[in-house]
Design a binder for this molecule. Structure first.
Ligand SMILES: [Fe+2]
Length: 382
């Protein structure tokens, strides 16, 4: 693997920062193939490295065949993007995705912009505005930086979210009764993909007496293409253990948004990074020639969700999560498992223990597809 494979930096100092960050990232000792113990727990060396660093790169998790399905579905979805914010049709005049329900769908940004830094979005968790390189003049004013509720627009994403290895990791880290959080695809098109300003994902439990380094759960980050220092997420290793941090003070102290101790996520297509939601992370605008497409999929500890109140990016007002809301949102795990089982009948399907215990069964069919339009209004965000 070439550590800093993406080229096309804005300046030489950025190139040096990327090169040095990638070198440090490759020496962290937090990557390798997925390994479980005989009783189904994650291998202790993986757990130790994940808990030390706050992220872990599982190599070669998604098969080439599945990646090809994801790529085809991804670009079919891209073809159906609305032409501009508020538009109801795609460039061919067909109904655009997300226009048949009232849940949020598209995340727009100025090309190479920073849509969240310094704004009140998600409880103002992105306090510092990032540098916005100048984009090509011919580009539209707004481009699509992400899609929320991905499973309803891409069958391959639905099936990916029932990948048995991923769900085994979720059970190992968050308990057999883990819950989903949000599914979203992050899109970093070359020359367009925006910066996501430094932030910590967690929003609800920082001051809780039960706080611990994993209480806000984690995100899976399966990569459709290679993730490089130039287009990938950057992390501040170990910061997930330090509580809520003053990111503005950190940037001020460094005198630059290029935090000196941060490292990039460097990995190949088909690798899956597991990323603690409390780690300080962010990304720079993608001036490299390489696409990054990441299928984010969160997993939470049920005990941390029940009774918590959250809004996130999708609701105007906070709601308090009760047993019924959690049960309703977890139905998606059942639908995804059934969709995957039908598509890959030779693969051993994951058994989600809460459904096995309750006897609930889920059938992925056209009625289910209809019933779940706008499902991400029910996302569990803490
Ligand atoms: Fe994040």
């Amino acid at each position: 693997m070439t550590a800093a494979s993406g080229v096309g930096y804005e300046d030489e100092s950025m190139e040096a920062y990327c090169r040095e960050g990638a070198r440090k990232a490759m020496n962290l000792g937090n990557r390798g193939p997925l390994r479980f113990t005989a009783d189904g727990k994650l291998h202790p060396a993986i757990l130790d490295a994940y808990r030390r660093c706050g992220f872990y790169v599982f190599e070669d998790v998604i098969s080439a065949e599945e990646l090809a399905e994801m790529e085809a579905d991804f670009f079919a979805m891209v073809d159906r993007f609305p032409t501009e914010p508020g538009a109801l049709v795609d460039p061919e005049g067909r109904p655009a995705i997300g226009t048949d329900h009232d849940a949020p769908c598209i995340v727009w940004s100025k090309p190479l912009g920073d849509p969240f830094g310094g704004t009140a979005v998600s409880k103002s968790r992105h306090p510092v505005k990032m540098h916005e390189p100048k984009a090509a003049a011919a580009l539209p004013e707004k481009i699509v930086a992400g899609v929320l509720g991905t499973m309803q627009y891409m069958d391959a994403a639905l099936r990916l979210h029932a990948h048995p290895d991923l769900l085994r990791i979720a059970a190992a880290l968050n308990g057999d009764d883990f819950t989903p959080l949000v599914e979203a695809v992050a899109i970093k098109k070359p020359g367009e993909g925006p910066s996501i300003a430094w932030h910590q994902d967690g929003m609800t439990h920082w001051d809780s007496p039960d706080w611990h380094p994993e209480i806000h759960g984690f995100n899976f980050m399966p990569q459709l293409y290679r993730s490089t220092a130039a287009n990938g997420v950057w992390y501040l290793p170990g910061s997930h253990r330090l509580g809520k941090l003053d990111i503005k003070a950190m940037v001020d102290a460094a005198g630059t948004e290029r935090l000196p101790d941060a490292v990039p996520l460097v990995c190949e297509a088909g690798d899956v990074c597991v990323s603690n939601r409390q780690i300080v992370h962010g990304s720079f605008a993608n001036v490299s020639p390489d696409w990054r497409v990441t299928f984010n999929m969160g997993a939470l500890i049920r005990k941390a969700v029940l009774g918590a109140s959250g809004a996130g990016m999708i609701r105007e007002h906070e709601v308090r999560y009760d047993e019924a809301m959690i049960r309703e949102r977890c139905a998606w795990i059942g639908y995804a498992i059934d969709a995957r089982r039908r598509h890959r009948p030779d693969e051993e399907a994951f058994v989600y223990k809460p459904h096995a215990d309750s006897g609930e069964t889920f059938v992925w069919d056209e009625a289910a597809r209809e019933a779940i339009r706008g499902y991400n209004k029910r996302d569990l965000i803490i």
